[in-house]
Design a protein around this ligand. Structure first.
Ligand code: C5P
Length: 398
């Protein structure tokens, strides 16, 4: 299911060059399943026309407070009623000032004042405007009033300067919104996850690793964060961006991952081992690069610690979830692992279904039996796993 299916959003666009990104945001919101109604301020409409938003959202775009298209001529009421949120992106310095003072002199500011839904704003402005004490005061006032501020980010600005004030990218805003609407089934829980592969050194430049991309572990980090948990992600070497709000600990080898997990495990309520941890490492890695020779190279491997099994065997273990990636006999092996490692839940997948890709199909195995999920995008699978964990923790498993 698309991440924003069934959500009705008002997208406010105010006057700033970042308004061009709002068109992309409108496209992404619609693609994620949301019903989007764009409302532009007069200056916003100078940068991108209402026609662009009408074409992208499939709904009329609004900018004039006196627009007679609404049958009762009360666009400021009708647009915000029934909305799940108003998202203003970009939000200019002027618009933040208006919101902070409750001004209502155009359609967008009036409907923000008349709202009965959450208001989320993504500020975008020159860095001096952002740093100005007046803007900072307005920002704090808005936060106190319960308005949710996303960003701004630091970086290059359209004016040629560099600093804080860039609007978040459309994809980042979409991700935050999708998270915002998730049920908070793990509120107050502390989650630790492992993700990605490990790399076991053979010499100064070579080593053994595996094909794990880290995508499933990072999707679960997002999903647990979005469910209200405080999340620590211990990750092997991967090319995945850290989900905002998640504490990330980078490690390379299985032994480093083991140490990072054991150092923190007493502070977690839920442990999810998604990492494809190498079972063995070269017993005596060479300090220098091994030179080529005609003779066969003999390498002795030493077993690595089983992180998940050790966490599950603690006297007061967290709720433990394991992963089992198999190339055949999935359920037999996955259930075997669950029994052997004494796990509450195992998520099994065939490597041919999930490795490296953006989608996955999995089977959940717990005391109640089996539950099939997917094929679906990994973030959807992750959210369904989190919902299942939430039900198990509440003792309401179906
Ligand atoms: O025993 P196997 O490696 O197949 O079990 C897979 C599960 O155990 C995964 O959840 C993986 O993250 C975890 N694991 C671990 N430490 C290891 C090996 C696997 O935490 N050394």
């Amino acid at each position: 299911m698309a991440e924003l299916s069934g959500k009705r959003l008002v997208l406010g666009v105010t006057g700033g060059i970042a308004a061009y990104k709002a068109a992309e945001l409108a496209r992404l919101l619609v693609k994620a399943g949301a019903e989007v109604h764009a409302v532009l301020t007069a200056s916003g409409a100078q940068f991108v026309t209402p026609v662009t938003f009408q074409a992208l959202t499939g709904n009329p775009a609004w900018s004039d407070q006196w627009d007679a298209r609404m049958p009762n001529n009360m666009a400021h009421i009708d647009l915000s009623r029934g909305a799940d949120a108003i998202v203003v992106a970009p939000a200019s310095a002027d618009f933040l000032a208006k919101l902070a003072h409750g001004l209502a002199d155009d359609l967008l500011s009036t409907l923000c004042l008349a709202r009965d839904c959450p208001l989320i704003v993504a500020p975008a402005m020159n860095r001096q405007m952002w740093e100005n004490p007046a803007t900072q005061r307005n920002k704090s006032r808005l936060a106190q009033d319960g308005v949710i501020l996303l960003g701004p980010a630091a970086g290059e600005q359209a004016c040629g300067e560099s600093g804080l004030g860039r609007m978040l990218e459309a994809a980042e805003i979409l991700e935050t919104l999708a998270g915002f609407f998730q049920p908070k089934v793990l509120a107050g829980r502390r989650v630790m996850l492992t993700a990605g592969p490990t790399f076991e050194a053979l010499d100064a430049v070579r080593g053994l690793t595996n094909l794990s991309s880290g995508k499933m572990g990072f999707a679960l980090a997002r999903a647990t964060r979005d469910a209200g948990a405080q999340v620590t992600l211990v990750s092997g070497p991967v090319a995945q961006p850290t989900p905002p709000g998640v504490e990330r600990v980078d490690v390379t080898s299985a032994r480093e991952m083991h140490a990072a997990v054991m150092q923190r495990v007493a502070q977690c309520d839920i442990f999810i081992g998604v990492a494809a941890v190498a079972d063995y490492r070269p017993a005596e890695p060479a300090g220098d690069k091994i030179k080529k020779d005609d003779k066969p190279l003999q390498v002795t491997f030493a077993p690595n610690p089983d992180i998940l099994a050790e966490v599950a065997a603690r006297p007061q273990p967290p709720f433990c979830v394991g992963f089992a990636a198999e190339s055949r006999d999935l359920e037999k092996y996955a259930e075997g692992k669950r029994q052997k490692k004494k796990l509450a839940l195992v998520v099994g997948n065939l490597v041919q279904d999930g490795l490296g890709g953006d989608t996955n199909a999995v089977v959940l195995l717990d005391d109640q039996g089996r539950h099939q999920l997917g094929p679906a995008p990994k973030i959807d699978i992750a959210r369904a796993i989190v919902a299942h964990i939430g039900r198990m923790l509440e003792g309401k498993e179906n």
